[in-house]
Design a protein around this ligand. Structure first.
Ligand code: SF4
Length: 303
């Protein structure tokens, strides 16, 4: 089957099965192009929840498919690969968090959406990079554990002085960005504005013209009247940035900004996923119900 034939087949199967395809901004360009909706992990899950589709094909890593399933338990959520890990989500597990909670009963547990369902089920509230600061402000008089991203937690703690205990986790690709990377990129592109994701170390957010979520970076660059930008997040974002801003220039801060898990999904995987209706995300009901409480709290507090 040629690429064009495969895309036609994907379209046909979508209609026949009442399915939609969601893709994260870090996916390969060809996957972004066939998606019905493109976004960050949480926005996509809300879209999944509000959609009339019976089947959701989630092109992203496992915790994203899980989040969609938790918010839409009545729908069939499929992923083109059985298990695509997120490095950061793998740095915390329910057993370790349970132990922490027993030892620190006075701390509110705020977990990043980049966690698996059993960790969300032990959390008071989840956050995303777009709403983390707003939600943390709500808990500003409490003692907090922010997990598992030490960089985003550190950013909130340093910027606002909140009492935040940090889990020793991070996104490998953002965490290895350095001040020298920024200095080098700025010297090569002196007219460019610098945008970075807050999963990067705190010092980099202090050098940035804009620090925020993937969606936030896309909106900032698109609205800006400047035409050159240094981008400090995963390279998949360039596809949408360049599509929306054909006359602007975008320079990736480092060649290392590549999330291997996110790049494993191919068109053929999506086609087979729809055809065979696999791999389905399944989570036990008790875990799902508890995890939904933390996600619903986030929805309530981000209004
Ligand atoms: S970019 Fe980092 S946080 Fe995002 S999915 Fe990949 S490893 Fe996880």
């Amino acid at each position: 089957m040629t690429k064009e034939e495969m895309i036609k087949e994907i379209e046909r199967l979508k209609k026949e099965k009442n399915a939609i395809i969601l893709a994260h901004y870090y996916q390969n360009g060809e996957i972004q192009d066939i998606a019905d909706y493109l976004g960050d992990s949480y926005n996509l899950s809300v879209i999944a929840k509000n959609s009339d589709a019976k089947i959701i094909v989630f092109c992203g890593v496992l915790f994203m498919g899980e989040t969609a399933k938790i918010l839409s338990p009545e729908k069939k959520v499929l992923m083109p690969h059985k298990y695509l890990p997120c490095y950061m989500a793998n740095l915390i597990n329910a057993k370790a968090l349970k132990k922490y909670k027993e030892e620190n009963p006075d701390r509110v547990i705020i977990s990043y959406v980049n966690t698996y369902a059993d960790v969300k089920a032990l959390s008071d509230c989840t956050v995303t990079s777009s709403n983390a600061l707003k939600i943390l402000e709500h808990y500003k008089d409490k003692k907090i554990l922010y997990c598992p991203d030490k960089n985003l937690g550190n950013y909130a703690s340093k910027e606002y002085g909140y009492d935040i205990d940090l889990w020793d986790g991070c996104c490998q690709i953002h965490d290895r960005l350095t001040v020298d990377d920024v200095k080098k990129a700025k010297s090569e592109h002196p007219n460019a504005l610098f945008c970075v994701h807050p999963e990067a170390p705190y010092e980099l957010t202090q050098m940035a013209d804009y620090a925020g979520s993937t969606k936030g970076i896309i909106e900032y660059c698109t609205k800006s009247d400047k035409d050159e930008f240094i981008i400090g997040t995963e390279m998949g974002i360039l596809h949408e940035l360049e599509k929306r801003n054909p006359n602007k220039k975008f320079y990736l801060l480092s060649k290392g900004l590549l999330c291997k898990s996110m790049k494993l999904i191919s068109l053929e995987d999506v086609y087979k996923c729809l055809l065979n209706e696999e791999y389905e995300v399944t989570i036990d009901k008790d875990t799902m119900d508890k995890a939904r409480v933390a996600l619903d709290k986030m929805l309530e507090l981000s209004k």
